[in-house]
Design a protein around this ligand. Structure first.
Ligand code: GLY
Ligand code: MN
Ligand code: MN
Length: 457
């Protein structure tokens, strides 16, 4: 937990930003897997963690800006709880640690909300919180999102988008645990092993770091499937495997790193050619990070390197700027270059991607690739974000575009046949925007062809 001052100052900043009304921050409940008492790993809501720091189920909190009151609502643990889960500090004791000096039972919350002239709440993403809000505020579940407070969303995004030094310490810690996960994967990957054997070792490193995973592990020889959570394949000589995995540290900050590993100890020449283009994209993306630059421009700059690289290999032909404008790169990189990261791996996405990554006057494109760009707006010092270019050969997408005669003037489809079983390459790091440029968080994680091969024994 951070200091009392940290949480108090965060809430004071929110009050200054909103000026009036009652802010309601709902904590998360336990979430059942298959019956009530068999639950998923508990994860507190990130806004609750940010303003109130306490990580257990059954809590809600209000900040009444007009009266200045701050109250955490929750039940005290009973002897029945203590028998099952052990001795616990009282709610009042926990609340004091985050500078809140009033606690109430949850039954008191609805009447408090009824008396408020304006309740600011964020869009709920868990169904139990939707039902609670709907009942308390008398808003149909389907109408909650549109009734969420845009002022509150914008105020939280402004605060959480700028990471403080003590948050950066946590984020470096998350990346350093993630580094161990990736080095372990590079050392253990071997033809004949199952992907899940390596996924298990990756997960173990996250647990050893004192937290857990920040998102489900992507460890797959089918890296061309972007969010591939299947780990049942046997790794075979000559394949590439994408490892996109990250730790959530003990303070709930996320790491999100990707490395691509040759199952055989060395990359083949063909793999090296593609890998080298992706590495060039990543390094150029990182080098371009600085305050005021639009992240969309950096996305396009790396797309241009992709197009040039594939043209040099003979997979594409024609004018690079025309290809870029028409979106040819979507065939090979159908995702965005990166996203904000912090307490959430896709930071604050519960509040709405466009509030986090876009602004008025900067509309989201509908083009394949750009439409998945979660962060497009101008950067500021203190932002932490990912840079994660990739090149993928997705047979189904290639076949579709070919059948549609799409971009036949640019794409050399006959040459692409030789890449149908290539898979994909992605390289991802987590970067802090500084006043003069950027800092890649954490200790360096092997990334060049030579560095990766050196770890393959
Ligand atoms: N780990 C998912 C992503 O990179 O966005
Ligand atoms: Mn990732
Ligand atoms: Mn990412």
């Amino acid at each position: 937990m951070f200091s009392v001052q940290t949480y108090t100052e965060r809430r004071n900043a929110l009050k200054r930003s909103l000026g009036s009304g009652l802010v309601l921050i709902l904590g998360n409940e336990e979430s059942p897997m298959n019956y009530h008492d068999n639950t998923y790993r508990y994860r507190q809501d990130s806004n609750f963690l940010y303003f109130f720091g306490i990580s257990h189920a059954g809590l809600s909190a209000i900040i009444d800006i007009d009266s200045g009151e701050e109250i955490i609502f929750g039940h005290e643990f009973t002897m029945d709880d203590i028998i099952w889960i052990g001795p616990q500090p009282t709610l009042a004791e926990q609340a004091r640690k985050v500078g809140v000096y009033r606690t109430e039972t949850p039954e008191k919350l609805p009447e408090r909300l009824k008396k408020a002239s304006k309740v600011h709440f964020t869009p709920p993403y868990r169904y139990d919180n939707m039902f609670k809000l709907s009942e308390w505020l008398n808003i149909p579940v389907a109408g909650l999102k549109e009734n969420a407070s845009v002022e509150l969303i914008k105020a939280i995004v402004a605060l959480r988008s700028i990471k403080t030094d003590e948050e950066i310490v946590q984020m470096e810690n998350a990346v350093n645990i993630t580094r161990e996960m990736h080095i372990t994967a590079m050392q253990l990957t071997k033809a004949g092993k199952k992907e899940y054997e390596i996924a298990a070792a990756i997960h173990a490193k996250a647990l050893e770091g004192g937290g857990d995973l920040s998102y489900p592990i992507i460890f797959s020889i089918n890296g061309q499937t972007l969010h591939n959570h299947y780990h049942g394949n046997t790794m075979t000589e000559g394949r590439l495997v994408i490892n996109d995995s990250g730790a959530e540290n003990a303070m709930f900050y996320a790491g999100d790193i990707t490395r691509t590993i040759p199952v055989s100890k060395k990359f083949t020449e063909k793999q090296k050619e593609i890998y080298t283009i992706v590495l060039k994209m990543e390094l150029a993306g990182i080098a371009a990070l600085k305050p005021d630059i639009q992240y969309k421009k950096i996305h396009l700059l790396t797309n241009k390197i992709l197009l040039e690289g594939l043209r040099d290999l003979g997979l594409l032909q024609g004018n690079i700027d025309e290809m870029l404008a028409e979106g040819v790169q979507g065939l090979f990189m159908p995702h965005g270059l990166g996203h904000a990261i912090g307490l959430d791996v896709h930071d604050m996405e519960d509040l709405g991607e466009n509030y986090v990554g876009y602004r008025e006057g900067l509309e989201r494109s509908t083009q394949l690739g750009l439409k998945s760009l979660r962060l497009a707006k101008e950067l500021e010092a203190g932002n932490v974000l990912t840079v994660e270019p990739g090149i993928y050969f997705i047979p189904e997408l290639i076949d579709k575009w070919k059948a549609e005669n799409k971009f036949t003037n640019f794409v050399n489809y006959s040459k692409l046949d030789a890449y149908r079983d290539f898979g994909g390459v992605r390289i991802e790091d987590n970067c802090l925007v500084t006043p003069t440029g950027c800092k890649v968080l954490g200790n360096p994680i092997p990334k060049t062809v030579e560095e990766v091969e050196a770890l393959r024994g």
